[in-house]
Design a protein around this ligand. Structure first.
Ligand SMILES: NC(=O)c1ccc[n+]([C@@H]2O[C@H](COP(=O)([O-])OP(=O)(O)OC[C@H]3O[C@@H](n4cnc5c(N)ncnc54)[C@H](O)[C@@H]3O)[C@@H](O)[C@H]2O)c1
Ligand SMILES: O=C(O)C[C@H](O)C(=O)O
Length: 325
């Protein structure tokens, strides 16, 4: 069956890094033909058409068509996978409330269009920031879609944490298992080394506590800002790579003996209020994310998880006050 993948913000930086990988089969595997649907704002439709011309010019064997639209109803019609990348970036002088409101104007209508037009098996990954709360807004505008189908991306943070730890221990990333990002895709996120393993042993016991607290956690949590500082633009290829990882694992399952991180609607696990879209340790089984249960959370981790979750609560309360959810 051909899978329809809708990408919003298709003419942007992440879109450019993402679309070619989706079309080449890296999202859903070498046996699954894909149809791409590119959603953009009217001013960027021409640029999206240019990207579509380049996609054509790759002659990807799995690519069965490209549609371009500035109308969410058309773009999400029959969509099986929605990658919500386009968002309103924070500009100078913009308060958090302004940012949430501007994004509500994007993710509310897109959620509604998904509700009315997407395929029954739609899976949504929100990449555009503030990703967790944008996902909550889209979910709340789509009451007929099972809530668990709305997720936000913390896989980039997860991959960053893998690389930082592998570099510190001088081992290949494949030696690192059971990494977890908890909470929000923001500087409050908590990358957890107390359950991560390197070479089969707890990672936190293989590094100095000062390094864990003063270097590892802030490096991972502020990596997005460091990339913006270095590139003069937000991470794009690594974000696209993480989006591919997230959806591929969601659809095909996570490997046995390991887990990954994704922001999914909380069922109340680990004291995270039900309904918040928060990052957890997760596995995917039979096409559904499940939160890894039974991990012991010590006081150090508890404090940091709570701080990030509290930020999510504040964002939720702010969008609720604005009538966006
Ligand atoms: N979750 C993560 O890990 C992560 C990582 C990196 C970037 N991001 C976020 O991803 C988003 C996109 O980043 P980028 O570098 O591609 O930005 P970009 O500015 O290069 O591209 C964004 C695109 O979105 C389009 N767009 C805006 N509003 C739209 C709408 N209503 N419908 C459809 N398209 C719309 C714009 O026209 C633009 O082409 C940003 O919010 C960024 O902060 C998230
Ligand atoms: O766009 C940003 O603010 C940063 C981005 O979310 C990232 O983590 O690289």
């Amino acid at each position: 069956m051909t899978v329809k993948v809708t990408v919003t913000g298709a003419a942007g930086q992440i879109g450019y890094a993402l679309l070619f990988r989706v079309a080449s089969g890296q999202l859903l595997g070498a046996d699954t033909p894909v149809k791409l649907s590119l959603l953009e704002i009217p001013q960027a439709v021409k640029a999206a058409e240019g990207t579509a011309m380049e996609l054509d010019d790759c002659a990807f064997p799995l690519l069965r068509g490209i549609e371009i639209s500035d109308d969410p109803a058309k773009a999400f019609d029959g969509a099986n996978v929605a990658l919500l990348v386009g968002a309103r970036p924070r500009t100078k002088g913009m308060e958090r409330g302004d940012l949430l409101e501007a994004n509500g104007g994007i993710f509310g209508p897109q959620g509604k269009a998904i509700n009315e037009h997407a395929a029954d098996d739609i899976r949504v990954l929100v990449v555009g920031n503030p990703a967790n709360t944008n996902a909550l807004i889209a979910q709340s505008a789509a009451p007929d879609v099972p809530g668990e189908r709305f997720t936000a991306m913390t896989r980039l943070d997860h991959n960053r944490a893998l690389s930082q730890l592998a570099g510190k221990l001088n081992v290949p990333v494949t030696e690192i298992k059971k990494m977890t990002i908890w909470g929000n895709h923001s500087a409050t996120q908590y990358p957890d080394l107390f359950h991560a393993e390197a070479g089969g042993k707890i990672a936190a016991e293989q590094v100095e506590q000062e390094w864990l607290r003063d270097t590892f956690i802030p490096t991972v949590a502020k990596r997005g800002a460091a990339i913006i500082e270095a590139r003069g633009a937000s991470s794009a290829a690594s974000a696209a790579n993480a989006a591919i990882d997230h959806v591929r694992d969601w659809v095909n399952g996570t490997p046995e003996g390991d887990w990954t991180s994704a922001a999914i609607p909380s069922d109340g696990s680990y004291g995270v209020p039900e309904g918040l879209i928060s990052s957890f340790p997760v596995v995917s089984r039979n096409g559904r994310w499940e939160i890894v249960q039974g991990l012991e959370i010590d006081a150090f981790s508890r404090e940091r998880i709570d701080a990030s979750v509290n930020e999510l609560v504040e964002e939720r309360d702010a969008v609720r006050a604005l009538g966006l959810i």
